[in-house]
Design a protein. Structure first.
Length: 406
């Protein structure tokens, strides 16, 4: 029995001073220290030794916990996944359309609008202003590098966007703006000459960290609020690493606003089903798409199910074939600690299709980051079986023609 008590007795300081450990001696009895050992043990304190051992034990336990925690974050963020490029087709780059966070299309006019800019500067509170570019769907090589955004608002730091036609069919562009002075949804109207004019800013006391949006009406929209922490901070990284479900969906209707859904692991892209009955929300950290049933009269959202897709979900886009296309980040730490900060540290990209009727997913496009890094949106044109892939921080948009029907 005494043999088993040696280790805990030593670690926790239970063995009293001078005790020889003999079988005929109580293990709790203090005894005189022999003369030949008295000098080496002068000043020895069981209590002080116990505190030292406790401190050492605490450090070892903390290191063990940190090792397990960091390993979990490494695996959860996709860093252990092997990425191998795969796409059944060819891609070309539209250089100069940098940081195209979102791309939306006007299928009637056969034109797409990309919204982006120097988003590394945006996130760090640096200079720079978002831009709007036009991309002809049929002849993307003819995309203009001319900035179509008006000078207002003065501070324009874009995230997600959506198009909504006015009663005359003219497109209005709604863009999430994370300006330092206030976060807002900016509303732009396309003028006959092809540039945009600023119509108004939509604000709300609840509008903090808007990421993406879907417009339901001229004054009604659903907006994802991705997290609580500010972008580019350690708190942002820790919020994701600790799996804090702080993401929300905000409903704005006229001057009223309310949280329509919460408990999301970094809410990102959002899309409305073609029939308007369901809303799909991407979770960047959760690597899932959460499906909500929508009451079309009140816009109340009821959680239906969550679909794991195995990649950090960015923007979501429905195509005319009824499939939902997901731009993904397979390795979130490579994005957050690498490419988000430096161009020479690319993170991989992925495009996944999701069939909302069966929840079947298929990986349509994968790249290690050499052809295309940090995919932010995948706009699919089924007319030409073509994918327009934006990059959250990269210098170009990739236009990929598939050899198989999309």
């Amino acid at each position: 029995m005494r043999m088993f008590a040696v280790v805990p007795g030593y670690v926790f300081g239970w063995v009293p001073k001078g005790n020889t450990g003999g079988a005929n001696v109580s293990p709790l009895r203090a005894m005189p220290i022999p003369d030949d050992l008295r000098e080496p043990l002068t000043g020895y304190s069981v209590a002080r030794d116990m505190v030292g051992r406790a401190a050492l034990l605490s450090v070892l336990v903390t290191l063990a916990w940190a090792s397990v925690f960091l390993r979990g974050v490494w695996v959860q963020s996709g860093e252990s996944r092997t990425i191998k490029a795969a796409f059944n087709g060819t891609c070309v780059r539209l250089e100069g359309l940098n940081g195209a966070e979102d791309i939306v299309s006007d299928q009637v006019q056969r034109v797409a609008y990309a919204v982006g800019g120097d988003r590394r500067s945006f996130r760090g509170g640096g200079p720079g202003r978002a831009k709007i570019w036009a991309i002809p769907l049929d002849e993307p090589a003819g995309a203009t590098r001319k900035d179509l955004a008006p000078p207002s608002p003065e501070t324009f730091k874009s995230f997600g966007a959506d198009l909504y036609p006015d009663p005359d069919g003219n497109p209005w562009l709604f863009v999430a703006n994370r300006a330092e002075e206030h976060h807002a949804i900016e509303v732009f109207r396309l003028k006959p000459e092809g540039t945009f004019e600023h119509v108004r800013s939509i604000t709300s006391p609840l509008l903090h960290n808007p990421n993406d949006l879907v417009v339901l009406g001229p004054d009604t929209l659903l907006v994802t609020l991705d997290k609580e922490a500010d972008a580019g901070t350690l708190a942002e990284i820790m919020e994701g690493a600790l799996n804090r479900p702080t993401g929300k969906v905000l409903l704005i209707s006229g001057k009223d606003s309310m949280i329509a859904a919460d408990g999301l692991l970094m809410a990102n892209g959002i899309a409305l089903s073609p029939d308007g009955k369901q809303v799909f929300v991407g979770e960047l950290v959760g690597q899932s798409v959460v499906v909500f049933d929508r009451d079309q009269r009140t816009n109340t959202l009821t959680r239906n199910r969550s679909i794991a897709v195995g990649t950090g979900v960015d923007n979501l886009t429905f195509a005319d074939n009824g499939l939902l296309y997901i731009a993904g980040h397979p390795k979130l730490l490579s994005l957050a600690l690498g490419y988000q900060r430096r161009e020479d540290q690319p993170s991989p990209s992925e495009v996944v299709s999701l069939d909302p009727d069966t929840d079947h997913i298929e990986r349509v496009f994968i790249d290690e980051g050499q052809q295309h890094a940090a995919s932010s949106v995948a706009l699919v044109d089924t007319v030409l079986d073509r994918i327009f892939i934006g990059s959250a921080f990269g210098p170009h948009v990739s236009v990929c023609d598939s050899e198989a029907a999309l």
